[in-house]
Ligand binder design. Sequence first.
Ligand code: NAD
Ligand code: UD1
Length: 334
Amino acid sequence: MNILLTGGMGYIGSHTALLLANAGHQVHIYDNLCNSNIGTLDRVQKICSKSIGFSEGDVRDTEKLTKVLRDAKIEAVIHLAGLKAVGESSQKPIEYYANNVQGSISLIQAMQMVGIKTLVFSSSATVYGDPVYLPYDEDHPTSPTNPYGRNKLQVEEILRDLSVSDKEWQIACLRYFNPVGAHESGLIGEDPNGIPNNLMPVIGQVVNGKLPLLNIFGDDYDTPDGTGKRDYIHVMDLAEGHLAALIWLQGNPGCHTFNLGSGDSYSVLDLLHHFEKASGQKIPYQIVERRPGDLPEYYAKADKAEKFLGWKTKRKLSDICNSSWLWIKNSRKS
Ligand code: NAD
Ligand code: UD1
C-alpha cells in the first residue's frame, strides 16, 4: 500500500514508518519539522534499507498536501502530525486548536479532493479524563481536562460525523496510552525539543547529565508505593497497532475507536528500578509535590484491539527500558 504519514518524522511516526517499510509498504512522510529533525529520515532508511519519501510541509497547507497525496499515489493516511505538550496547550490554546483541529480538517479536505478514504488517527487516552471506572474501555465517558485532550476529542467527533455523511470512509481512532521505548537498533527514539515533561525523556536527561535528578511528583497516591501508575506501551508495539488497524480497515467502513495499551500499569518507581537495572546506572531522585492535573492511576482495557485487530502488546517493561537505554546512550554520542 502507498501510505502517507503526517508527522512521520516524529517519535511515533518514525517508528511506524520503519515498521511499515519493513512490511513492504511504500511510505511517504509529510512533516513541517516543527518538533523533529530531518536526520531521522536517514537513520530510518539505514535501518530498513528502503527508500522513504519525504515532503516538508504543514498539514494546514491543503493545496500542498493535495499535491503530495496525488503525486505519491497515496491510498491510506496515518495522521500523527500535531502539537502534544499538555501544559503548553493551556498556555497557547489557539495555537493548539489551529494546528491540531484545523490541521486535521485540512487533511480531510485534501483527502476528499483526491478521493482517499482510509485514515488512521493518533488519538490519546487523555480524552477520557478523570476515571469513572478502571480500566478505561472505549465506552468510558470522555471528559478531557485540557485543550490538548479536547483537540483530540474534537477531531474524533469530526471523523465520526464524516463517516456518517459518507459511508465509504474507513477510519480508526487509536487512543494511545503512554508510549515509551525505542527501536531495538537504538538508532531512533524519542528526541524532544526543549525541556521534556514526560517521565522517560526526563530520565534520559538525568542519565545524560542534562538534569541533576528526577523529581518524582508525589509518593502519597493510593497506589502500592504511593507514586503514580501508568500503562506504558513500547513504541514498536504501538507501531504494530497502526499496521494492524490499516489492514483491518480494508473492508470495515465507519469510524472505529481502539485503545492501544498493555492493560497493565506500573508506578514511577517500578519504571525507575527497571531502568536502573537495564542501564546499570543509579538515577538520583527526590520526591516533590504532586503535579497538578496528574491522576493516581490509569490503564487500558485493550480487549477490543485484540478481538478486532488481532493486536496486543508483546514487549515487556524490561524491553522498554533496554531499548530506551540503548537510544539514550547513542544519542549521548551524537
Ligand atoms: P512528535 O512531536 O514527536 O511528532 C509529531 C510530528 O508532527 C513532529 O515531527 C512535528 O514536526 C510534526 N508536526 C506538528 N505539527 C505539524 C503540522 N502542522 N504540519 C506538519 N507536521 C507537523 O510527537 P509523537 O509523540 O510522535 O506524537 C505523534 C502523535 O501522537 C501526535 O498527534 C500526538 O498528539 C499523539 N499522541 C502522542 C502521545 C505520546 O505520548 N507521545 C500520546 C498520545 C497521543
Ligand atoms: C502525559 C499527558 C497525556 C499524554 C501522555 C503521553 C499530562 C497530564 N498528561 O501523561 O495527555 O497522553 O503524557 O505519554 O501531562 N512523572 C514524574 N516526574 C517527571 C515526569 C513524570 O514523577 O518528571 C510521573 C507523573 O507524575 C506520572 C508518570 O510519571 O505519574 C508519567 O508521567 P508522564 O510521562 O508525564 O505521562 P502522563 O502524565 O501519564
